[in-house]
Write a protein that binds this ligand. Structure first.
Ligand code: PMP
Length: 375
């Protein structure tokens, strides 16, 4: 019999898998579970990909990414965060997932503690466990899903290595304001903690947003193309940070991913020609629509960005119980237990057509009032 490595026993994908299996078994469900945009890749980017294939850009690239794309990243980051990176401080990755994988593999030693604000993006906990680290959760439920710097400092021990931030956040849509980031930076500087800042939803900001890299130099920023340009299947993103970390991540990429997909790297050179404003405004409007309908029946934190709503299950039900009820009524949403050590909430993704969204919101309200929900 094969004996699997112990590390895979430390991770578990049953929660989210159950939802995806159910998605396949339901007939035409109202599906508010999928965390991706509903717009397609812009024609200019598609054309650039097709041209790249035709021009024979089909071979391995430099492990660190093609120089033209790294230069574009340097320019984009300078205009977004005011920080100027040297090209060796930029690594092109296979999505932010690739960036997270390399960053954690590069930075986490056995027994290192990684502080993760709770709720969190599902991958963080599992990757930290996979690589032998210990996730330490910073509960944010009673601080409006913000980070209390004093609470953060109390969690720090001699073993603390990293803080993982995600703003705008999945699943809450919370954006950490500049003052909050500055308070976090002060604590991290005092204790010599590196921050990994996952800014994949940066473009989907409905209030002013600041990058952690602006206020704290020891930040490794992860940015991705998946959500901004609707190219989740194309697998592209990048990491910027100290040359030491980026070079170490590059070494690990050399023996794992090798390089991000070549054609997609060339296609991404067309991204500056694409205006995403309409797509982003459409999601802002959908957010307002959902908050407007659901606020009367659910306790929810109006999101500042991304495209999720994080709501408390009604009438003392757990998120899992409420999601079961939704599934019985042919609607898919995700139980909060997938994203949290608590089980009180559920997540909605609102990147669907208005008509489906309205039907979904009405059904959610009906379920909140139903006898089944009230027990
Ligand atoms: N970080 C967050 C917070 C996410 O929500 C996602 C995707 N759902 C990712 C990273 C990974 O995205 P990708 O690998 O497609 O860039």
């Amino acid at each position: 019999m094969t004996r699997l490595a112990a590390r895979v026993g430390r991770i578990d994908s049953s929660g989210i898998r159950k939802i995806f299996d159910l998605a396949r078994s339901l007939k035409d469900p109202i599906n508010l579970s999928i965390g991706q945009p509903d717009f397609d890749v812009a024609p200019a980017i598609k054309d650039a990909a097709i041209s790249a294939i035709r021009a024979g850009r089909n071979t391995y690239t430099q492990t660190q990414g093609i120089p033209e794309l790294r230069e574009l990243v340097v320019r984009d980051e300078a205009s977004y965060t005011g920080r100027t990176y040297a090209p060796e401080q930029v690594l092109i990755t296979s999505g932010v997932s690739g960036g997270l994988f390399l960053a954690l593999l590069t930075l986490v030693d056995d027994g290192d503690e990684v502080i993760i604000p709770d709720p969190y993006f599902v991958m963080y906990k599992h990757l930290v466990n996979l690589f032998g680290g210990t996730p330490v959760y910073l509960d944010t439920y009673d601080t409006g899903f913000g980070i209390d710097a004093e609470r953060l400092e109390k969690l720090i021990t001699k073993k603390t290595k990293l803080l993982l931030l995600n703003s705008p956040g999945n699943p809450t849509g919370r954006i950490f304001p500049k003052a909050e980031l500055e308070a976090i930076a002060k604590v991290c500087a005092k204790h010599g903690i590196t921050v990994i800042s996952d800014e994949i939803y940066r473009a989907f900001s409905y209030v002013p947003t600041t990058s952690m890299a602006e206020v704290y130099p020891e930040t490794l920023v992860l940015v991705g193309h998946s959500k901004t340009f609707g190219m989740t299947g194309w697998r592209l993103g990048y990491a910027c940070g100290s040359a030491e970390i980026i070079q170490a991540m590059t070494k690990v990429q050399q023996y794992s991913f090798v390089c991000a997909p070549s054609v997609v790297q060339y296609a991404a050179l067309a991204c500056p020609n694409v205006d995403s404003t309409d797509n982003i405004n459409a999601y802002r409007r959908k957010r307002d629509l959902m908050v407007g309908i659901l606020s009367s029946k659910f306790e929810l934190a109006p999101p500042d960005g991304a495209f999720y709503l994080w709501a408390k299950a009604p009438n003392g039900l757990t998120g899992d119980q409420f999601v079961d009820l939704a599934i019985k009524n042919n609607m898919l949403i995700i139980p909060g237990s997938v994203f949290s050590e608590r089980t009180s909430h559920f997540r909605i993704c609102y990147t669907v057509k208005d008509e489906v969204l309205k039907r979904g919101a009405e059904l959610l309200c009906k379920l909140a009032d139903s006898k089944a929900a009230k027990g």
